[in-house]
Ligand binder design. Structure first.
Ligand code: SF4
Length: 701
C-alpha cells in the first residue's frame, strides 16, 4: 500500500447494506489503497473500519486459489477447473437421476452481485431443474420482506437515508445502528431538528445510550409493547383519520385487537411502566415527522413478521409514510440482501414475480427467452425446509455459495450433522477454511468483492456498482464465471447465450423488471449508476423522461398508493405468542445473540483476516452478564464461564456489565461456538430463525 497510485475509481462497499461509496486508488489498474468517497450520497465521505480494511482481507493466505476435492483419505487435493466442473456435473446429475430432480438444492447469499444471484437462480432453477434453493437472507431479511409484502403489497422499504436527517422523532426497535450501521448513525447525528430518539431494546446498547429515551423491555415483549403504543395512540386521538380512511384497510379490526393491550395491562409484560408507554405514544403522536426503524431484534424472532407489521401499523395510522423523515423502515443487513430479495429466484420468481402465477411465469420466460415449462410452479422450500429435506433424505446434494451455515445456522450441532449426511456438498467461497468448507466434498475457489463487477442494492433501494480492481488469486474465478462455466458443463449454455457478462445480465434484469414496483427499465447502464452516485428503484422509462433526476433522493408512497390491487395498505394484527423456550429453574438465563462490534462481520470469514479489525475486537468468545448475576455465580469480569443450553455448551470470557438486565445474557454471533446454544425455532410466516431467545445456564468454568 505504500505504492503511489496512478488513477482512482469508485465502487460500493461489499459488507453491509449501507452501501457506502469507496474510492479505490489504483496502480497499473490494481487497487493499492482506498478512501471513503466524499461525493457519494450514501456515506458523504465516511466509512466504518470494515470498509477501510476491505482490500486487506483479499490477500489472506487461506484464500481458495484452486478447486479442491476431498479424496478417500478425507484430505483435500487440488484439481483443474475442468476436473472440478465435471465432478460437480456428474455427481449432481447422478443424484438427480437416482433420487429425482428435487434431491439437489442450493444455499446462497446476500453477498454476491445481483447479476450473479440472477445467474445462479436462473441456472439452478431453469437450467438444472433444481426446485429448492434459498439464501442466508432468510437469516436476516425474510421477516421484513414478508411483512412488507403483506402490508404494502410488495417488499418495498419506503425510505431514503435523508429521512434520518429529516425526522423530528426516530424510533429504533431491535436495532443498534451505532454498531450495526454506523454510517447511518452518522446521518442520525447530523439531524438538525432536535429529534427525539427512542430506542426499544432489551439491552442497553450503544445506540440506547446515545438515545433521548431507552425503553429497556423484557426480551420478546416488543409485540405487546407496540400494540400498547397503538392502543394509546387511538385512545388519545393521535391518529390520522384521513390517511386511515383513504389509504388503509383493517382499522376497525386493529382497534378491536389492540383494545385489550392497554398500557396498564401491558406494563407488567414488558417491564415498562404504563406512564412511559403512554408518553412514548404521545411523543409519536405529537411529532410531525416520525420514522420507525427496525433490524434483527425484530426480524430474528418467532413472531417477527407480526412485530414488523405492528411497526408498519403505527406508521400508517399516524400518517407517517411517504413524507420526508417518516416511514416504517427495515434496515437491511448484507450489502446485497435487497438484491437477493428481488433477483435470487428463490422465494419469489426472478424480479419479484410469483412462481404460482402463470402470467408471471410467461412474462419471465419471455424476458429470458426460455420455455415457460422450465419455470417451477411453486416457490422453493425455505432454508429450514431444505435442512429438514436433508434430514429426511429427500435432499442429498447441496451447493453452498458464499455463506457459512456450519457456523451461522441456528442449532449448530444439528446443522453440522445434516451437512455430513449429504451425498455431495459443494462449497463455493473465497476461503477454503470456512467452517462449512470443512464438511465439503468439493470446494470451488471464488473471487471476492474488488475482484469482479456487478451491482448491489442497498437498504434504501439504491443500485450501486462494484468493480474489478484486483486480480483474483490463483485460479479463483468470479462467481459469475463459475456459473457460466457450469451452464456449459451442464449442457444448457444455449439458454444463457445472452448472459455473457454482468452488464448483459443487468439488461435482462431490466427487461424482467418492467411494470413491477421495482421497475428499473429507465437506467441507462452501469456508467449512469456510477455517475449518479447510485440509482434507487424504481427508475422507469417514464421516470427517465420526467423532471425528477436519478441523483435525487426518492421515497415511496408519496401519493399514498400502495401496491395492493386496491392501492390500500393492510393493517395486520395477530395474537401475542409465548416464548418457545422461556428460562426455567434448570436453565435460568435468557440468552440473546447479535452483532457485537463494528469491526467484525457475520462469521468473520473475511474480517478476521485483517490484523486491524482483529485488534478492535476480542478474538476469544465473550458473554455479557449482569453484575448481580455475576455476583451470585461468584464470577468476576474476565473469568472463564461455561454457558450451557439443552443443545450444547461453550466456554466464554465473562464480560460483567449492566448493559444486560439480571437474568439476561448476550453473546455476539461472530464467534464460532455461539450457535451451539441457540434453539432451532422460526417465525411461522417468514421462516426466519429466532436467534434472540433461548434458555441457558451460566456457571464458573
Ligand atoms: Fe459502509 Fe457498511 Fe461498508 Fe462499513 S461495512 S463501510 S458501513 S457499507
Amino acid at each position: 500500500e505504500s505504492m503511489q497510485a496512478d488513477a482512482t475509481t469508485t465502487a460500493v462497499c461489499g459488507y453491509c447494506s449501507t452501501g457506502c461509496g469507496l474510492r479505490l486508488h489504483l496502480r497499473d489498474e490494481e487497487a493499492v489503497g482506498l478512501t471513503p468517497e466524499t461525493s457519494y450520497p450514501v456515506n458523504l465521505g465516511m466509512a466504518c473500519p470494515k470498509g477501510w480494511e476491505a482490500l486487506r482481507v483479499l490477500d489472506s493466505e487461506d484464500r481458495a486459489t484452486e478447486p479442491l476435492i476431498r479424496g478417500s483419505d478425507g484430505k483435500f487435493a487440488a484439481v483443474s477447473w475442468d476436473h472440478a466442473l465435471r465432478l460437480f456435473t456428474t455427481r449432481m446429475k447422478g443424484i438427480q437421476r437416482q433420487h429425482g430432480p428435487d434431491s439437489v438444492a442450493f444455499l446462497s447469499t446476500g453477498q454476491i452481485a445481483c447479476e450473479e444471484m440472477a445467474f445462479l437462480g436462473a441456472l439452478a432453477k431453469f437450467g438444472m431443474g433444481i426446485k429448492h434453493g434459498d439464501g442466508n437472507t432468510r437469516q436476516c431479511m425474510a421477516t421484513a420482506a414478508t411483512a412488507y409484502k403483506e402490508s404494502f403489497g410488495f417488499d418495498s422499504p419506503p425510505f431514503t437515508y435523508d429521512d434520518f436527517e429529516q425526522s423530528d422523532c426516530m424510533v429504533f426497535i431491535g436495532a443498534n445502528p451505532c454498531i450495526g450501521h454506523p454510517i447511518m448513525w452518522e446521518r442520525v447525528l447530523r439531524n438538525q431538528n432536535d429529534p427525539e430518539i427512542i430506542v426499544i431494546d432489551p439491552r442497553r446498547t450503544e445506540s440506547a445510550m446515545a438515545a433521548t429515551q431507552h425503553l429497556q423491555i423484557r426480551p420478546k415483549s416488543d409485540l405487546a409493547l407496540l400494540y400498547a403504543i397503538t392502543n394509546h395512540l387511538i385512545a388519545c386521538e393521535c391518529v390520522d383519520r384521513k390517511f386511515i380512511n383513504n389509504h388503509t384497510e383493517g382499522f376497525e379490526k386493529l382497534c378491536e385487537h389492540v383494545s385489550r393491550f392497554t398500557p396498564d395491562a401491558v406494563a407488567p409484560m414488558t417491564g415498562i411502566s404504563a406512564d412511559a408507554i403512554r408518553q412514548t405514544a404521545e411523543t409519536i403522536g405529537r411529532r410531525k415527522a416520525v420514522s420507525l426503524w427496525w433490524t434483527m431484534g425484530v426480524n430474528q424472532s418467532y413472531e417477527g413478521t407480526r412485530t414488523a407489521q405492528a411497526i408498519i401499523n403505527i406508521a400508517l395510522i399516524t400518517g407517517n409514510i411517504g413524507r420526508p423523515g417518516t416511514g416504517a423502515n427495515s434496515i437491511t443487513g448484507q450489502c446485497n440482501a435487497m438484491g437477493s430479495r428481488l433477483w435470487s429466484n428463490t422465494t419469489n420468481l426472478f424480479g419479484h414475480h410469483d412462481f404460482k402465477d402463470s402470467a408471471d411465469r410467461e412474462k419471465v420466460a419471455s424476458s429470458l427467452g426460455i420455455d415457460p415449462e422450465r419455470i417451477p410452479t411453486e416457490p422453493s422450500w425455505s432454508y429450514d425446509g431444505i435442512m429438514d429435506g436433508i434430514r429426511r433424505g429427500d435432499i442429498r446434494g447441496l451447493w453452498v455459495i458464499a455463506t457459512n451455515p456450519a457456523h451461522s445456522w441456528i442449532h449448530q450441532s444439528e446443522a453440522r450433522n445434516l451437512l455430513d449426511r449429504l451425498d455431495f456438498l459443494v462449497v463455493q467461497d473465497m476461503y477454503h477454511t470456512t467452517e462449512t468448507a470443512r464438511h465439503a466434498d468439493l470446494i470451488l475457489p471464488a473471487a471476492g468483492w474488488g475482484e469482479k463487477s456487478g451491482t448491489f442494492i442497498n437498504s434504501e433501494r439504491r443500485y450501486g456498482v462494484l468493480k474489478k480492481v484486483r486480480r483474483a488469486p490463483g485460479k479463483a474465478l468470479a462467481d459469475f464465471h463459475i456459473f457460466r462455466a457450469l451452464a456449459s458443463y451442464w449442457g444448457v449454455e444455449e439458454m444463457f447465450a445472452e448472459w455473457t457478462d454482468p452488464e448483459a445480465v443487468f439488461r435482462i434484469m431490466q427487461r424482467a423488471s418492467e411494470d413491477q414496483p421495482c421497475d428499473i427499465t429507465g437506467i441507462q447502464g452501469y456508467e449512469q449508476i456510477d455517475r449518479c452516485g447510485g440509482v434507487q428503484w424504481p427508475w422507469t422509462e417514464a421516470d427517465a423522461e420526467g423532471d425528477f433526476q436519478p441523483e435525487q433522493q426518492r421515497r415511496l408512497f408519496a401519493d399514498g398508493r400502495f401496491y395492493h390491487h386496491d392501492g390500500r395498505a393492510r393493517l395486520v394484527v395477530d395474537d401475542v405468542t409465548a416464548m418457545p423456550e422461556a428460562p426455567d429453574a434448570e436453565y435460568p438465563t435468557l440468552l440473546m445473540t447479535g452483532r457485537g462490534t463494528v469491526s467484525q462481520w457475520h462469521t468473520q470469514t473475511r474480517t478476521n483476516k485483517s490484523p486491524v479489525l482483529r485488534k478492535l475486537y476480542p478474538n476469544e468468545a465473550y458473554i455479557e452478564i449482569n453484575p448481580e448475576d455475576a455476583a451470585a455465580m461468584g464470577v468476576e469480569n474476565g473469568d472463564q464461564v461455561r454457558a450451557q443450553s439443552r443443545r450444547g455448551s461453550l466456554l466464554a470470557t465473562a464480560m460483567v456489565t449492566p448493559t444486560v438486565k439480571p437474568g439476561h445474557a448476550f453473546m455476539p454471533m461472530h464467534y464460532e461456538a455461539t450457535n451451539q446454544l441457540t434453539l432451532g425455532h422460526f417465525d411461522p410466516h417468514s421462516r426466519q430463525p429466532s436467534y434472540k431467545d433461548c434458555a441457558v445456564r451460566i456457571e464458573r468454568a
